[in-house]
Design a binder for this molecule. Structure first.
Ligand code: KG4
Ligand code: ZN
Length: 363
């Protein structure tokens, strides 16, 4: 059984094939829009939609050509249904559904967040339930208790900027090129080790919510907009333009460190309450080397295992869509509400917003 996955939720146009016999991805063809958006310093939604529309058919043609197959060889078409940029979603979703109708193939709409959360299954077979999942991407920052396949309980989420957004905005303030996250991380990682300063001497305050002020759920929330303001205020006094390269590396290091510490501290606090033996990290920011290192160190010391995908699987891709499409279809469960509300019909509309805890369990 070959599942075709299509992803167009933001600024990556991607198609991939998942083969159940090989229990893995056969091939992916992906086109990033970095060159288009970098001119504007961020994603321009209208341009993103147009790029998807222009390149998606050609990418699919390329995928089929490389595998010497045709649409008739596909058993299932899976496509990101949401959340994401509505225009971009509409392009991929409409295209995918049209293909499915035309070729009379089954179709399934996929939740992009769940695809991130389940990506690690492509490389790691030992998923333990329950586990905690930290989902850190450009649009989302959530700490989730995954109590079983498809069962998500949100323990906390960002109150303002997403973690990837904090990286991107920090990079913009420092005058670094788009995409900001990898640029800022690269600069931070260049900061000489002998100058690395211990945690409580960080230039920026680590965003943190104190116990008692909030209900249990809010206790695990995140906030990153204050950190961005700290950086802005710092740069008003010490303009990036008149800074040495090493000074810039130092600022990037401290900024990244504050984000990493905030995420790590929150996970450690959550583990005190949710005593699980595994933590999964997913989403674009989970490609961050420092986050992977610090978290692995901390979790290992607590006797908790950490699962994270290879970097190219952390950021947006179609492999995760094809894989989850196969998993959800195999279980004959269509994503919908598990809270008693009427099921959302996945054949109808892309959804700009679509929460993980609205999904049905995979049984
Ligand atoms: O998951 P993703 O590819 O797209 C969304 O679903 O949002 O995440 C993109 C986000 C961007 O904000 C990008 O700057 C950030 O992930 N990112 C990183 C790194 N690689 C990607 N942030 C920090 N360090 C990285 N190495
Ligand atoms: Zn994503």
């Amino acid at each position: 059984m070959l599942t075709l996955g299509i992803e167009t939720s933001c600024d990556e146009t991607a198609v991939a094939l998942y083969c159940d016999k090989k229990m893995g991805i056969v091939r992916e063809v992906l086109r990033t829009q970095i060159d288009i958006h970098s001119v504007h310093g961020g994603v321009v939604p209208e341009l993103a939609s147009r790029e998807h529309q222009t390149y998606l058919p050609a990418l699919l043609g390329e995928l089929f050509k490389q595998e010497s197959i045709s649409l008739q060889d596909i058993s299932l078409i899976a496509c990101t249904q949401g959340p994401g940029l509505l225009g971009s979603l509409l392009v991929g979703f409409t295209y995918a559904r049209t293909l499915a109708c035309f070729a009379d193939k089954p179709f399934i709409g996929i939740n992009h967040l769940e695809a991130h959360v389940t990506t690690c299954q492509l490389e790691h077979k030992k998923i333990i339930y329950p586990h905690l999942c930290l989902l850190v991407s450009g649009g989302h920052t959530q700490l989730i208790a995954v109590t079983g396949p498809g069962c998500y309980y949100c323990l906390g989420e960002t109150r303002d900027d997403a973690c990837g957004e904090a990286f991107d905005k920090g990079a913009t303030l420092l005058g670094l090129p788009y995409p900001g996250g990898p640029s800022l991380a690269k600069l931070a990682d260049e900061f000489p080790e002998d100058e690395v300063i211990i945690k409580n001497q960080l230039l920026f305050k680590v965003p943190f919510f104190s116990k008692g002020k909030h209900s249990a759920r809010r206790h695990f929330d995140f906030s990153f907009s204050g950190l961005k303001t700290q950086l802005r205020v710092y740069l008003e006094k010490n303009p990036a333009t008149s800074m040495s390269e090493n000074e810039k590396r130092k600022i990037a290091y401290h900024y990244q460190e504050a984000i990493v510490q905030s995420l790590t501290d929150t996970i450690v606090r959550a583990l005190e309450q949710w005593r699980v033996s595994q933590v999964v990290i997913a989403g674009g920011v989970s490609a961050n080397k420092r986050l992977r290192l610090v978290l692995l160190d901390k979790l290992t010391s607590l006797g908790v295992s950490m699962l994270v995908s290879s970097s190219n699987l952390c950021t947006d891709n179609a492999k995760m869509i094809a894989h989850l499409g196969y998993v959800r279809r195999k279980q004959a469960i269509i994503p919908g509400s598990s809270s008693g509300a009427p099921l959302r019909d996945p054949y109808v509309q892309p959804l700009a917003k679509w929460r993980l805890d609205e999904l049905s369990p995979i049984t």
